[in-house]
Design a protein around this ligand. Structure first.
Ligand code: KG4
Length: 314
């Protein structure tokens, strides 16, 4: 990053998990170990800079899988130590929100305050953002995350991992009103997705005796109905919070913000007087640029850390 301008954003995706239907922590750590040096080298080469040109080295400290985090944290510390540069730790979720500050012609940057719906494979939160480093989580999931709901329902349909993008694609051909799943309502601005997942599972269980091919016969309708249900749940709580707090600037971040119906639900708010912010597709799922954007603000504030900093899983 040069300020909040992204000079290169190299991602190594891990195909290794597909055949297991979910992330296998040990395989994730090994893939990180294998990829980290080539990825950093490629990023520096793409940006056209030498390691000594860097002002600081930033890394994701957590939350996430500890084995993978250890690889990144240890690499960043060693790299910075060898170069004589300071290190900056970044929270993964702060990173997702900071994707909005990346200076890119393809996206608008929100002014403060705004509400950010942060939806990924491990988190579903509503965050009240008052500054680049000043925010409060006002709602969160009490069980599964939105991405997890997509992934787990896709798994029972045999659609592979990660399921979210497949559900999104198949839903385009389906009827969102074909099936109705439980939409649990929980307190304040919180979320709950485990009831929806169970209700999805029971729909399949009840239909399979009469039609063993129920899933392939109704795949598109199941995906469209599931997607509608998740998006409605997400938007209802967000709009509830927006109304109570009197905030009309709404942003979305995290892997699930790649979902086409969720993006449409945000865009549909513009004519209703809301100011909506949707990150460029490349900055929705996990990426280094968003960590760089968060680190830039910490750099400006002089928020460096020491070499004894440890990663956290939660
Ligand atoms: O933020 P992310 O890349 O990783 C973390 O969880 O931190 O998010 C991954 C999640 C997965 O659950 C994946 O299924 C979901 O984002 N996802 C989607 C779509 N693309 C990715 N969910 C629904 N529709 C999509 N198009």
């Amino acid at each position: 990053m040069d300020g909040c301008r992204c000079l290169s954003n190299v991602t190594a995706s891990q195909k290794v998990h597909e055949r297991y239907g979910g992330v296998v922590p040990e395989l994730a750590s090994r893939a990180h170990e294998k990829n980290i040096v080539p990825v950093v080298s490629a990023a520096l080469k793409d940006a056209g800079i030498q390691p000594l040109d860097l002002d600081a080295v930033a890394f994701t400290r957590g939350p996430g899988l500890l084995g993978s985090l250890l690889v990144g944290v240890s690499f960043a510390k060693a790299f910075a130590l060898a170069l004589g540069k300071p290190i900056i730790e970044v929270d993964h979720l702060l990173g997702h929100i900071s994707a909005h500050y990346i200076d890119d012609a393809a996206q608008r940057q929100p002014t403060f305050p705004f509400l950010c719906l942060l939806v990924s494979g491990g988190n579903s939160q509503i965050v009240h953002v008052r500054g680049p480093l000043e925010m409060t989580i006002i709602g969160r999931t009490i069980d599964d995350a939105a991405g997890e709901a997509f992934d787990k329902c896709a798994k029972v349909m045999g659609l592979g991992y990660p399921g979210g993008p497949v559900v999104d694609k198949l839903a385009k051909e389906g009827n969102p009103d074909a099936f109705h799943f439980a939409k649990p309502r929980v307190g304040h601005y919180d979320y709950s997705f485990s009831g929806l997942k169970t209700s999805f599972l029971y729909t399949l269980r009840d239909a399979l005796p009469a039609d063993p091919d129920f899933v392939p016969h109704h795949q598109a309708d199941l995906c469209a109905s599931l997607q509608r249900c998740v998006v409605e749940l997400l938007m209802e709580q967000l709009l509830h919070a927006a109304k109570d707090l009197g905030i009309r600037r709404l942003a979305v971040a995290g892997g699930v913000s790649a979902n086409s119906e969720l993006r449409k639900a945000f865009n549909d708010l513009t004519p209703k007087g809301y100011d909506v912010y949707i990150p460029k597709f490349a900055y929705t799922t996990d990426n280094a640029a968003m960590i760089g954007a968060a680190a830039y603000h910490k750099f400006q504030a002089g928020l460096f850390c020491e070499q004894d900093v440890a990663p956290y899983s939660r």
